[in-house]
Design a protein around this ligand. Sequence first.
Ligand code: PLP
Length: 365
Amino acid sequence: MPTFIPENIFRSDVDELTPYKPVAPFDVLAEQLGIPVEKIVKLDANENPYGASPRVKAVLAQFPFPHIYPDPAARHLRDALSAYLSVPAEHIIIGSGGDEVIDMLLRLVINPGDAIINTPPTFGMYPINARLNRAEVIDVPRRADFSLDVPAIEQAVANNPRAKVLFLTSPNNPNGGITPMETLERLLRLPILIMWDEAYAEFCGQNTAPLVLKHPNLIVLRTFSKWAGLAGLRLGYGIFPAPIAEMMWRVKSPYNANVLAQEAALASLQDLDYLMDTVQKIIAARDQFLQDVTAIEWLHPYPSHSNFVLAKVGGGRTAEGVQNALKQQGILVRNYTPSGLRGHLRIGIGKPEDMKRLLDTLAKL
Ligand SMILES: Cc1ncc(COP(=O)(O)O)c(C=O)c1O
């Protein structure tokens, strides 16, 4: 009888995939560095330094039904989102983070051999989810200033009739730049579905969701991870044209968004004044940081409409070296060594005191 060979059971395309490199858990790092968790300044994953709203914390502490399955249709949350976005609830599909919504869409539309169009440098999960769903990834790189190369995208769509989804991110991660609405409107004329990822929309006051009602090929992606401080609970959602939303229910697993995530997201929408105040604080800290960082003459930041700043490291220093030196002091930032952004750091915006500690440490490097 032939023996079982574990390596032979994997899909060959999955075996060849480079996994997404998530940031290390900060409590593990704190232990490694011998620094107490509360002294760690975590600026490596664009989380909200103020955390969830007090209302969310109260709701979670008192939640009486963890033993009951969640509502698969997340009715209360989708109704609240409908009011928040000015879009009927039928258009909204909830996921365990925006990441899951990206995966669900690709599971719905990709036949083996289809393709997606990606515009790097941008969020790294699009090509990973695409390849997992057996889609080819066609890269149309952004220009040096990170703006979209619109004619090249149009050409790529014309040349690749099997390209099904174009991923566009605004504000873009990792540089924080926004794509003008006129560009989106122009690209919406193409015969391709556009997933317009607005994970950071609340930091630039953008709401493209109502446009979904006018365009059969537009999907808007949102999350509670960034502005609402719920990254750990995993709650994202998409706003879909009605025919696509209907089909999404077929790929959504019933209990993908857990009860606490749904309750927390709902409580966040009921505490908008508090949360929008923290968003304003983050924006103010970002603008202050962009001013103050000019004192570090070897660090060159790009303008940002989001809760992070991308900066090019110069002056004979390496991004890795700077990242490691900061890490030794308990300050975590993101570096892009393996990608086309070699020599850049992405710095999340923390509280004013976090940014001061970062600047003081940078000044001493
Ligand atoms: C552009 C962009 N889209 C989507 C996500 C996914 O967010 P989540 O899965 O936490 O909702 C992120 C997270 O970093 C992001 O930067």
